[in-house]
Design a protein around this ligand. Structure first.
Ligand code: PLP
Length: 385
């Protein structure tokens, strides 16, 4: 299995691994605790916060897909980020993060920095000047999110990782938007990959979970240690569901990308749309880098409506297939207004600095029939004329 392709390994993770009954599907181990083999002699698993067989299968599967040495499966993406911050930063250290990262990540970085747990510098990592600014801050951790949420800005992972490493930083990439099917940051020089596996890895909008994977075994062990110490590890049933989702990840990512391209085609020429943000568009400033470091452009499309906030409201109230909801990466299509939904935790000045405008809409394009999705958006946009 170790030599099999990432696709095969994801499909087969934990399959036919049950020594007791020969169950084809990996069993869900719900027991919180495990008997000791003998006095003072624990088994590989003793208590489910520290380790759980079902969670281990998922951690190994994602680690294999990312090309890592191992890592921790957490109860949410924020749990994974929390574990990474604790494993890598101490007071006095500098964390450099993108100025337009996911709002929840920004909130955590900001809140921990305000407590004096580290110093936070927000920079635009998509530019050479931003990378230089990042390096000058002598960061202990350089945080990359590409494509970024919700503006789909692209950071050159290899360039950022080389600069970060030269400055002595641990380089972390939030790979939530691409999944390892479309992008493998560890191969490009990153040290750690984090995911909100609530999104594409699980893919069915029925599990909140996270994963942090390290390239190096010692750091992977630290992530596992902090996951247990903080108590942020994920539940067994969630791991089982995420594992089930992971088996179809490669198929879903292909369809998400194809459907997003169909939606972009409609939006591009529409008079109600002033700007389409999608790395697959040759006009996107990060297109060439995305084409080089990604194996597809993914299912997230953002757009600016010429009519600003009122137009955003009308569109969200008009579409019927795109559900007005936060999150992304599920098989169903969602529509989100970052300024009032996912990124509402950012104060208006931080939103403005990040480029989140009142007319910005983020679509998570699902795997439905693309003709239906295009028709739904076309009808909604017609209301803005
Ligand atoms: N990172 C990114 C890029 C996200 O979009 C999200 C959630 O939207 C998170 C991290 C946090 O993940 P979770 O909601 O699973 O805690």
């Amino acid at each position: 299995m170790d030599e099999a392709s990432p696709v095969t390994r994801a499909v087969r993770a934990g399959i036919d691994s049950d020594p007791t009954h020969g169950a084809v599907v990996a069993p869900v181990y719900l027991s919180t605790t495990y008997t000791f083999e003998s006095f003072g002699r624990a088994r590989p698993f003793d208590y489910s916060r520290r380790g759980n067989p079902t969670r281990s299968v998922l951690a190994d599967a994602v680690s294999g897909l990312e090309g890592g040495a191992g890592g921790v499966v957490t109860a949410s993406g924020m749990g994974a980020i929390t574990a990474v911050l604790h494993a890598t930063l101490t007071p006095g250290d500098v964390l450099v993060a993108p100025h337009d990262c996911y709002g929840g990540s920004w909130r955590l970085f900001d809140a921990m920095a305000r407590r004096g747990l580290f110093e936070l510098r927000l920079v635009d990592l998509t530019t050479a000047a931003g990378i230089a600014e990042a390096v000058a801050a002598r960061p202990s951790v350089l945080w990359v999110e590409t494509p970024s949420n919700p503006l789909l800005r692209i950071t050159d992972i290899a360039v950022a990782a080389a600069a970060g490493k030269a400055a002595g930083a641990t380089v972390v990439v939030d790979n939530t938007f691409c999944s390892p099917v479309l992008q493998r940051p560890l191969e490009l020089g990153a040290d750690v990959v984090v995911h909100s596996s609530t999104k594409y890895l699980n893919g069915h909008s029925d599990v909140v979970s996270g994963v942090a994977i390290a390239r190096d075994a010692a750091l992977a062990e630290q992530l596992v240690w902090w996951g247990n110490c903080l108590g942020v590890t994920g539940g067994a049933f969630d791991a089982y569901l995420a594992l089930r989702g992971l088996r179809t990840l490669h198929l879903r990512m292909e369809r998400h990308s194809a459907n997003a391209a169909a939606v972009v085609e409609l939006l591009q020429d529409h008079p109600a749309v002033s700007r389409v943000l999608y790395p697959g568009l040759p006009s996107h400033p990060g297109h060439e880098i995305a084409a080089a470091q990604q194996r597809g452009f993914g299912g997230i499309v953002s757009l600016e409506l010429a009519g600003g906030a009122p137009a955003a409201r009308t569109l969200m109230e008009s579409v019927t297939l795109f559900c007005p909801a936060e999150s992304l990466g599920g098989v169903e299509s969602l529509i989100n207004h970052p300024a009032t939904m996912t990124h509402a935790s950012m104060p208006p000045d931080v939103q403005a600095a990040a480029g989140i405008t009142p007319g910005l809409i983020r679509l998570s394009v699902g795997i439905e029939d693309p003709a239906d999705l295009v028709a739904d958006l076309r009808a909604g946009l017609a209301k803005l004329a």
